[in-house]
Design a protein around this ligand. Sequence first.
Ligand code: GRG
Length: 291
Amino acid sequence: MNLDGQILQYRDFTEDYLKNIYKKFRTEPQTQLFNAMEYSLLAGGKRLRPVFAYEFCRMCGGQWQDAAPFAAAVEMIHTYSLIHDDLPCMDNDDFRRGRPTNHKVYGEGMAVLAGDALLTDAFMIASTGKLSQPWTMADAISLMAEGAGSLGMVGGQVLDIMSQERELSEQEVLDIQSRKTGRLINIACCLGAMAGGASRNQFEAASQFASGLGLAFQIRDDMLDVIGTREEMGKGVGTDAEKNTFVRLYGLEKCETLVQQYTDYAISALEAFDDREFMIALAKSLTERRV
Ligand code: GRG
């Protein structure tokens, strides 16, 4: 199967899996909460993190479908972070994934709670997954918690907020963005590898891939805030002009070079896998993404 066909298969599977999560709870009375959660969870998006999880599972010798609970859990954490990131007390954005942001539709209180519930339920869904030697569910859950919490994504968001009034050094921007964006990509790749029964060496390679790819992805994201359009991105653009972005630090031209360099670094980690053509093609395609 070609790159686009395989991505589509992974995405369709993700959509179906996510649609089914709350179906069985719909007899519960907290209908408005489920509506708010599904409004953002089922709003599309590239589903890139699930694609990473499935493909690392497959590359490590597993059935890619075995990564489904972990892939869904990562997408739930990702969706929570977007809902909270859009809140008036954070970035105060009105538009996301081509539609009004969660708080614009459901109000701030419900948007906070929808994010809280998605984060917490992600652990419930992940815990239904199955892992084989040498990996245990405790490994998976601690990887998720460490990467999403104060040491990872939330920690990165805090460092970002605390440094908004001053210009940051290169190392500081790299550190913040590795936590804010990179850690969740790391969780996706590493959980996928675990679900596929990765060796320690393959696990380390998945983690190395994620650290390069995460930076390349964020630098491209910063570029798209300048060169992208609202129609393509499904959200407001030009909103990061005052922030400590890679574009502000390096300028557009150097950012393009850095996206290539970090992608090459990520691809070099894939030598630990025999069947790596899809992942190489995916990583390369992301260097030119417009969405
Ligand atoms: C506890 C208030 C609170 C916040 C949680 C908000 C937060 C911590 C962290 C922010 C992390 C964040 C939103 C980083 C941006 C990452 C990023 C590049 C998102 C866009 O990802 P895509 O392009 O989006 O994969 P789609 O829509 O395609 O899924």
